[in-house]
Design a protein around this ligand. Structure first.
Ligand code: 0O2
Length: 244
């Protein structure tokens, strides 16, 4: 092999560095979102003695798969064009117990002041024709680097365990048949999606029946063990005084 053009070599190094930087920035953005989700999860558990999140996963696309998608989309192969067009370089997937929890998590996450909502797609209210259900949000958050602030977009998918189970099987089937799923399998998947939806509703009803609005009364509340009585009385007095 003849030695490469030195200019091309310099360009290749620059491109590699730019793309590595792009993935690094997206990894930082994912870390920020994971911290936010972890705080929401713990706060919810603290307030309600109930954990609405079953599982949280994340991934940042590799340089290789970023380039493949950019080529598929016929994008200009520049870091700026890739950054602008690809909104799923960073992905976070949150699996919840119940449908109501998916909306609650979406609302609380997107209401945060440092989270800019770019796009929301509600495939729970309006499932895809193949039966796919999930909430998708593209959010933008700021990553603070030594070189300055960078806005970075993260795709957040929020769904129930049943929706996630269905989506992961459908994904495998879709790839096995390179996107052309035989009719009988597509039909079975659609029926399975309906069953998953019914299961979600059933589980939510059961949960409401067991816990219902009386959740707070049912849970033993060890407040008297946590605060010494003298301290409690002093705090009570202080809080009853008119505040300046
Ligand atoms: P992967 O391998 O999971 O990353 P876009 O991402 O912009 O090209 P689109 O359709 O405009 O595609 O965005 P949308 O609808 O928000 O979907 C983005 C992601 O949601 C997909 O990413 C999947 O992860 C998931 N998804 C969407 N539709 C389906 C579906 O029918 N079945 C399953 N199993 N997952 C789905 P990628 O890049 O396609 O795949």
């Amino acid at each position: 092999m003849h030695s490469p053009d030195p200019e091309l070599l310099t360009f290749a190094r620059q491109m590699r560095d730019d793309l590595n930087r792009l993935t690094m920035e997206h990894q930082f953005a994912v870390d920020e979102v994971l911290t936010k989700v972890s705080i929401l999860r713990q706060e919810f558990l603290h307030l309600n003695q109930y954990n609405p999140i079953e599982h949280v996963g994340s991934r940042v696309k590799s340089v290789q798969s970023i380039l493949e998608k950019a080529i598929r989309r016929n994008l200009d192969l520049t870091p700026a064009a890739i950054r602008e067009a690809l909104t799923d370089i960073a992905g976070v997937r949150i699996t919840c117990s119940f449908i109501a929890d998916t909306y609650r998590i979406l609302e609380t996450l997107t209401a945060q002041a440092d989270v800019k909502v770019v796009q929301i797609k509600d495939y729970i209210a309006e499932p895809k024709p193949n039966g796919y259900r999930s909430l998708h949000a593209i959010i933008e958050i700021t990553v603070f680097l030594s070189t300055g602030e960078v806005p970075v977009r993260v795709e957040v998918q929020i769904r129930t365990i049943a929706m996630d189970f269905w989506a992961s099987l459908e994904h495998k089937i879709y790839y096995k048949y390179a996107g052309v799923v035989p009719e009988h399998l597509a039909q079975s998947l659609l029926e399975a999606a309906t069953s998953a939806q019914q299961l979600d509703r059933r589980m939510e009803q059961l949960h409401a029946e067991v816990h219902g609005p009386k959740l707070a009364d049912d849970v033993p509340d060890p407040v008297w063990d946590a605060i010494d009585e003298d301290v409690l009385l002093r705090a009570w007095e202080a809080n009853r005084r008119p505040q300046p």
